[in-house]
Write a protein that binds this ligand. Sequence first.
Ligand code: R5P
Length: 312
Amino acid sequence: MSTLRLIAGSANPELAGTVANYLGAEPADTLLERFPDGELLPTVENVGGSDVYVVQPTPPPVNDHLAELLLLLDACRRAHAARITAVVPYLGYARQDRRTRAGQAVGVAVFTKAIAAAGAHRLVVVDPHTPALEAISPIPAETLTAVPTLAQEIALSERVVVAPDEGAVKLAERYTEVSPNPLAVVRKRRESGREVTALELIGDVRGRLPVIVDDMITTGATIETALGLLKLHEAAPDVTVAATHGVFVHGAVGRLHRLGLRHVLITDTIAHRSLHPEFQVCSIAPVLAEAIAAMHNDEASPAPASTAWNLA
Ligand code: R5P
């Protein structure tokens, strides 16, 4: 059997290091040169003949992290890695899975093709925004989920699970699979990258403790809007938020803090520094390590994120 090698990109070396600890492996040496014009030049060592896992999520600056991922994959391919898996716990551009008007691109199709063309045989992601990823990706895409990791930190049985938009309903159902709770759904309209409007709340939240669940928090606009509707519908004020990816741009951390949320749970698919005390980061490393170990041993693919999700 070929040797397992973990390559840590620069987007989240802490996560790669924790995964390596779980696997009892050392991340392989990589060197990343940054040129004055912005070009990147990574160099990988000792990957020839190995089963290589390149760990590189794509948080902001998303295009730089994507470029580095592609360069790392190409470097591994040229260094004769036996098998290459792109482990992209947070996959940017996954919201662009279809055109919403003529003349647009389908970003996730472009970048999954690029990941395959650069040398990856397989792609691993956590709670991708699009449930169509497996169909879109030209290489096998294994979708893992952070729901059990996050759910075990929430007293779920007491709460109504709130999907802050229609796109989050499948994810919210995953939480109600863990604990059979009532579900409420916010209908929202996105006005721009930074603005959303809440249209209505479907479900009974009056007097209940809510947990708002989403795949990602970017600016915090969606959470703020959902919170406004929950107040209007007289939900209990002690609100928990759980999201897999804390992308946090444009002052999102401060914005969420000012909302007076009781508890904000995210994972370390994206590295986080300086958060407020109500934020809790749950590590996804054990889930990634288990999946990588299974793939390395050619065991059955990790379970898809949700059977219901896949069949819906
Ligand atoms: C969109 O459908 C996603 O699931 C999130 O709800 C969205 O990306 C969050 O963005 P923001 O925090 O900027 O509202």
